[in-house]
Design a binder for this molecule. Structure first.
Ligand code: 13P
Length: 256
C-alpha cells in the first residue's frame, strides 16, 4: 500500500451468491489484465464474508486487494455469528471496513465499539477503513462537522498507525440515494477530517459515487479515493470509476 496513491474500494454489502460473486471477480480480474499498466490507483473489493474465499482465489495475483465489511474486536471466542480480523487475514484480506453507517445506525454500533474493532483489525495487521458521516437532519441543523469530529475522536484509537488507517467520509443521506455532496462540501469536510487524523492517513469519499460523478469527485485534491457501494456491483462501472483516477492524473500532468 502506497500512501499518496488513491484507493478505489468496492463495498458489495449483502449482495451476491457464490456464482454472482465469482462472475464479478472474474470480470474484474480480466479487466486488470487488459488494463496492463494498471489504473494508477489501488483497487479493493469487500465482498460478503461468504464470498471472500472464492473471490480471493480468483483475484490472487491481480493486484486487487480483498477486504472484509466488518470484524469483531476479539481474535476468537464465544461470539456466535461473528468473524475476527485474524479470520479475515486467513482468507487473504488486507483491509476491513469498520463503523459503516449501516452498522452504526442499523445495529447500534457506538464509537467505542468501532474503536475496539479498529484495535482488533490492527492487531491482525489489517488496514481499517473507518466510516464517518452525518445524517441529513444533522447537516441541516449545521452539526455535520461536530458529528463527524465526535465520530473520529471516538472511533480512532490513540496512537493511530497512519499506514493502517483510512477514513471514509460517507454522508448518510448520500448512501444509496443517488444524491452526492457538492465538491465544496466534500473538500470542506475532508479538510476538517484531515486536521483531526494522523498525517498520511487517506480520506475516501463515499455516497452514490458512479461513473458519471467519479471524475469530479476523484479529481478533488482533498479526496484520496472512493468507497463505492451500488456501482461496485458492476465490473464495468467499477472500472470506469477507477479509470477516472488515471484520467485525472494525466490531466494534472498536462497542466504542469
Ligand atoms: P452507494 O455507493 O450505493 O451509495 O453506497 C455507498 C456506501 O455505503 C459504500 O460503503
Amino acid at each position: 500500500m502506497t500512501l499518496g496513491t488513491k484507493l478505489v474500494a468496492g463495498n458489495w454489502k449483502m449482495n451476491g451468491l457464490r456464482a454472482d460473486g465469482s462472475a464479478l471477480a472474474r470480470e474484474l480480474a480480466e479487466q486488470m489484465v487488459a488494463q496492463g499498466a494498471g489504473f494508477g490507483c489501488e483497487l479493493l473489493v469487500c465482498p460478503p464474508a461468504t464470498l471472500l474465499s472464492d473471490v480471493g482465489r480468483i483475484l490472487a495475483g491481480t493486484g486487487i486487494f480483498l477486504g472484509g465489511q466488518d470484524c469483531h474486536a476479539a481474535s476468537k471466542g464465544p461470539y456466535t455469528g461473528e468473524i475476527s480480523a485474524e479470520m479475515l487475514v486467513d482468507l487473504g484480506c488486507t483491509h476491513v471496513i469498520l463503523g459503516h453507517s449501516e452498522r452504526r445506525h442499523g445495529y447500534g454500533e457506538t464509537d467505542q465499539v468501532v474503536q475496539d474493532k479498529v484495535m482488533g483489525a490492527w492487531r491482525a495487521g489489517l488496514m481499517s477503513i473507518v466510516c464517518v458521516g452525518e445524517t441529513q437532519q444533522q447537516r441541516q441543523a449545521g452539526e455535520a462537522v461536530e458529528v463527524v469530529s465526535t465520530q473520529l475522536v471516538g472511533s480512532i484509537p490513540n496512537g493511530a498507525i497512519p499506514s493502517l488507517l483510512v477514513v471514509a467520509y460517507e454522508p448518510v443521506w448520500a448512501i444509496g440515494t443517488g444524491l452526492t455532496a457538492t465538491s465544496e462540501d466534500i473538500t470542506a469536510m475532508h479538510t476538517e477530517i484531515r486536521a483531526r487524523i494522523p498525517p498520511g492517513a487517506r480520506i475516501l469519499y463515499g455516497g452514490s459515487v458512479n461513473p458519471k460523478n467519479a471524475a469530479a469527485i476523484l479529481g478533488l485534491a482533498e479526496v484520496d479515493g472512493a468507497l463505492v457501494g451500488g456501482a461496485s456491483l458492476s465490473a464495468e462501472d467499477f472500472r470506469a470509476i477507477a479509470g477516472c483516477v488515471r484520467v485525472n492524473a494525466a490531466t494534472l500532468a498536462d497542466e504542469s
